[in-house]
Design a protein around this ligand. Structure first.
Ligand SMILES: Nc1nc2c(ncn2[C@@H]2O[C@H](COP(=O)(O)OP(=O)(O)OP(=O)(O)O)[C@@H](O)[C@H]2O)c(=O)[nH]1
Length: 347
């Protein structure tokens, strides 16, 4: 039992979901008779439910991927896992597979906000004894409790979006394509994009609600809060699952858009802006947003945020309800570049 306790201590020392996942898998893998163990990502796409491996053991090395799940060639429909599918549909806590060639499989779905996004899959060469199941469930409970604590500490209480505190760490991961917990797998370009539209890049946008002070002043803070929650919902439904959305405080949000062309970045930011424009906010009526965005390739998070902020400021000064791309403003002589050629300061 001592090595397991040591593993639990190590497991709860992590502040990163993927590393925590690797840690729980390596803890469980140390139990006897385990022949295979991995974490599956469970997601919905096109009305159906799917699974794909997210963390697994490859020649003794843990490998994780955080590429877009829906584009992963290893994805499979959830129907191929009938026991797991039935368990999720009935909001169960575990499922087992009847033996096939001496392989007994146990699935442990991770429930978070009444949804399953992750499932641990443990395979061993003989049936799971009651004692073994007790030990596994104990470790799994510690992992699940710790996951939800971690999730809670990363979220903004009003909107449920990621908070400002998590931005730097997520920026390091999401602004650089193809980096997983331990190396990982290359980001897979979305099927609907054409590389003739320019290279696939990561983008950062700062989104700010226009004249939000007036909303608070005319309707009160409760209606202001309602607008923030509804805009957060529109943000969530406007971007792909592997993009990242933060509330930076007040009425300012930041979006990290992954692996997409400049043309698509323009398209999706404008689509979001139009969805907000067309939305009827209860009591408040119409609300608009301004957006400034930039590629994340060159500069520190602070410099890139500064550039997106400059583009946002320009949008605010020039009519609001618009999307401005930093490089266009610099090339058009509307803004002076603060940073040129990687990290060289111009002034
Ligand atoms: N209801 C609510 N209001 C907030 C919250 N955080 C900040 N605010 C308000 O957001 C408003 C921001 O106003 P300003 O920064 O002056 O900007 P604005 O009125 O949106 O004007 P522009 O950005 O120039 O279009 C202030 O009135 C803050 O009090 C919050 O959590 N809830």
């Amino acid at each position: 039992m001592k090595p397991i306790l040591q593993n639990l201590v190590e497991m709860t020392g992590h502040r990163d979901h993927l590393r925590l996942e690797v840690s729980v898998l390596s803890t469980l893998q140390k139990l006897s008779s385990i022949v295979d163990i991995r974490a599956l990502e469970v997601f919905t796409r096109g009305g159906g439910s799917w699974v794909r491996p997210r963390t697994w053991l490859d020649h003794g090395q843990w490998v994780s991927t955080d590429s877009e799940a829906a584009q992963d060639p290893r994805r499979e429909p959830l129907e191929r896992y009938p026991a797991l599918q039935q368990c999720i549909n009935s909001q169960g806590t575990s499922a087992q597979h009847s033996p096939r060639k001496g392989r007994y499989t146990l699935w442990l779905p991770v429930w978070m906000h009444n949804k399953v996004g992750t499932c641990l899959e443990i395979t061993q060469s003989r049936a799971f004894s009651a004692h073994k199941l007790d030990v596994i469930m104990g470790i799994f409970q510690v992992y699940q409790n710790y996951q939800s604590l971690l999730d809670y500490s990363e979220r903004d209480a009003l909107t449920g979006l990621f908070n400002r505190k998590t931005f730097d760490e997520q920026f390091a991961r999401y602004a650089t394509p193809g980096v997983g917990a331990r190396g990982g797998v290359e980001a897979i370009p979305p099927e609907d994009e054409d590389e003739t539209d320019g290279p696939l890049q990561q983008w950062l946008a700062v989104v700010d609600i226009d004249h939000f002070k007036q909303v608070n002043d005319r309707f009160g803070h409760l209606y202001g809060d309602e607008v923030l929650i509804l805009i957060a919902n529109i943000l969530r439904s406007s971007f792909r699952s592997h993009d990242r959305i933060f509330r930076f405080g007040g009425e300012e949000f930041v979006v990290l858009l992954r692996s997409t062309t400049l043309k698509t970045a323009h398209k999706v930011f404008n689509r979001f802006r139009e969805t907000v424009l067309e939305h009827e906010f209860p009591q408040v009526g119409r609300v608009t947003v301004s957006i400034g965005f930039v590629a994340t390739a060159h500069g520190s998070p602070v410099e890139i945020l500064g550039q997106a902020d400059q583009a946002l400021y320009f949008a605010k000064e020039n009519g609001r309800n618009r999307v401005c791309y930093y490089d266009d403003l610099v090339n058009g002589g509307h803004l002076q570049a603060k940073v040129a050629n990687d990290d060289v300061e111009l002034f």
